[in-house]
Design a protein around this ligand. Structure first.
Ligand SMILES: [Zn+2]
Length: 211
């Protein structure tokens, strides 16, 4: 395969991008100046160095200080957040959408993906074991009862894959038998809706009407 087709194939694997759009991206790049392409490839090749994965919630954040090793993101390091709720999302983009709605002040956990229906190995798609460990660790570490984890809000896209992922997470949480309330977002969200594209009011309503 030549490099043009390889590039096309890479773009076609991007989330939400089909073969036709991938081809358009390649043509777009072909018409750009060498300096643009140098800047672009430099940014792409350094992306892993310019971000870090939070050891707690697993979201990616930009590295603020390249000399200090950061392990926790700004949300996890914020002592004013509500420790009693943990909101579980599939991807970083979902967390960003909920965070920018301003309707949620608790903690997060990013699963790192969702599970397609009929997938036989969900643990390879999402951080299920890490989530379970994270929950039992936070139960043990928070002696102070008023700050102990009380509720887990499973916040997935309103799609068959999102529902399926929510079922897997809920079943796994029930197996560990902890005294926690498990909720899902309210169905103010219409079927097929992806969290990433919802407006602030819809997210606020979905959180308020969680059940
Ligand atoms: Zn974090």
């Amino acid at each position: 395969m030549d490099s043009i087709h390889k590039l096309q194939e890479i773009f076609a694997n991007f989330p939400g991008i089909g073969p036709r759009q991938a081809r358009r991206f390649v043509y777009y790049l072909m018409n750009k100046s060498p300096s643009f392409l140098n800047e672009f490839t430099k940014l792409v090749s350094e992306i892993k160095k310019s971000v870090f994965e939070c050891e707690n919630c697993h979201r990616f954040s930009a590295v603020a200080d390249s000399h200090a090793k950061q392990t926790k993101c700004n949300i996890c390091s914020d002592i004013n957040r509500d420790d009693t709720t943990l909101l579980v999302v599939a991807r970083d983009a979902d967390l960003d959408a909920i965070e920018s709605s301003g309707a949620y002040k608790g903690r997060y956990f990013v699963l790192g993906g969702s599970v397609p229906i009929l997938d036989k190995e969900p643990q390879r798609r999402i951080r299920l074991e890490t989530l379970l460990k994270h929950i039992s660790d936070s139960e043990n570490s928070n002696e102070e009862n008023s700050r102990a984890l009380k509720e887990i809000i499973i916040s997935m896209n309103s799609t068959p894959e999102g529902d399926h992922t929510a079922d897997i997470v809920r079943d796994a949480l029930r197996r560990i038998k902890m005294d926690l309330k498990i909720t899902v977002l309210g169905r103010g969200i219409s079927t097929g809706a992806e969290l990433e594209y919802l407006d602030k009011d819809t997210i606020q309503n979905a959180l308020q009407n969680r059940h």
